[in-house]
Design a protein around this ligand. Structure first.
Ligand code: GRG
Length: 299
């Protein structure tokens, strides 16, 4: 077992490694459609914590995965996540001007190009994931992961959650509906990340169910912490505008339950996620720390 001596240093090194994997799969910026490629490239390279591909790879390692077929999926999940951020920032959605510390894609490239860049990244992600087929001797697992990736992104996943979120902006939201929004809008991609890592790593069906439960808890904790930071952080630290929920008249976990309970629940959910992890075979101390970091993260 690797003993984590300095988690911060290890996280920074892992972030760089994951960033390189993601960037290696980005298309080159040329041709008549160069503008949209530039907008895609700008948004992906703008940075970000790379949490989803990192969780994917760490879950893969937990199950003993050692191959290369994980890499196209790591790139694909970050492309999908970035495409959702591009669309989320559009004037018709949150109308935000700052993301990952830089002007949002629509501010930099125009509304039309930002819509196309989000669409472009979304479908290029599937093209990228398909590259895993030539890197594996288990094409059945890769095919299953491609289906899962599409499902968790689409109307029964992230896009479904965002639909309810957008429709209910400015209206009071009952607790069950807010749970639905969080589970789908934010949780679904985190579930896809960890489940794909588990499937490619060779997890049994029962273990996969536990991974899904763990990822659901991580997703809920992550979104609640996002709500907390929207109220307590600054534009500079977050790299995106704070008080965005208030501006968009959104009901959040904090507005529904109060700050104290929100903070307690993030901690409880992340400890429950760690408990799920500890029930799984193998150990991955870095993954455990990564999940715990969600409680203390500042951006
Ligand atoms: C076209 C794919 C597509 C989607 C349209 C707009 C939309 C549907 C969905 C938006 C989903 C969304 C933005 C949910 C919020 C999730 C969230 C908390 C994002 C912040 O993630 P971080 O903190 O960001 O990991 P970085 O920048 O670090 O990667």
């Amino acid at each position: 077992m690797v003993k984590i001596v300095n988690f911060k240093e290890m996280l920074s090194a892992r972030t760089q490694e994951v960033r390189q994997v993601v960037e290696a799969y980005m298309p080159s910026v040329d041709g008549y459609q160069k503008t949209v490629l530039e907008a895609m490239d700008y948004s992906v390279r703008a940075g970000g914590k790379r949490l989803r591909p990192m969780l994917m790879e760490e879950t893969y390692r937990l199950f003993g995965g050692k191959g290369k077929e994980i890499e196209p999926f790591m790139a694909a999940i970050e492309m999908i996540h970035t495409s959702s951020l591009i669309h989320d920032d559009l004037p018709c959605m949150d109308n935000d001007t700052l993301r990952r510390g830089l002007p949002t894609a629509w501010v930099k490239f125009g509304y039309d190009m930002a819509v196309l860049a989000g669409d472009g990244l979304l479908i290029y992600a599937m093209e990228t994931a398909a590259k895993a087929l030539s890197l594996t001797d288990r094409p059945d697992r890769v095919a299953r992961c491609m289906g899962l990736l599409a499902e968790k992104t689409g109307i029964f996943g992230m896009i479904g959650g965002q639909t309810v979120d957008v429709e209910l902006a400015g209206k009071p939201i009952p607790e069950e509906k807010l749970d639905f929004i969080y589970r789908l809008k934010t949780g679904a991609l985190l579930e896809a990340s960890m489940m794909i890592g588990a499937i490619l790593g060779g997890a049994e069906e029962e273990q996969l169910k536990l991974v899904e439960k763990m990822a659901l808890l991580v997703g809920m904790a992550f979104q609640i912490q996002d709500d907390i930071l929207d109220l307590t952080s600054s534009d500079e630290v977050l790299g995106k505008p704070v008080l965005s929920d208030e501006k968009n008249h959104k009901t959040t976990y904090v507005s529904l339950h109060g700050m104290t309970k929100a903070k307690q629940d993030v901690e409880i959910m992340s400890e429950e996620a760690v408990a799920c992890l500890q029930e799984l075979p193998g150990t991955n101390e870095f993954l455990e720390e990564l999940i715990r970091m969600l409680v203390n993260r500042k951006r």
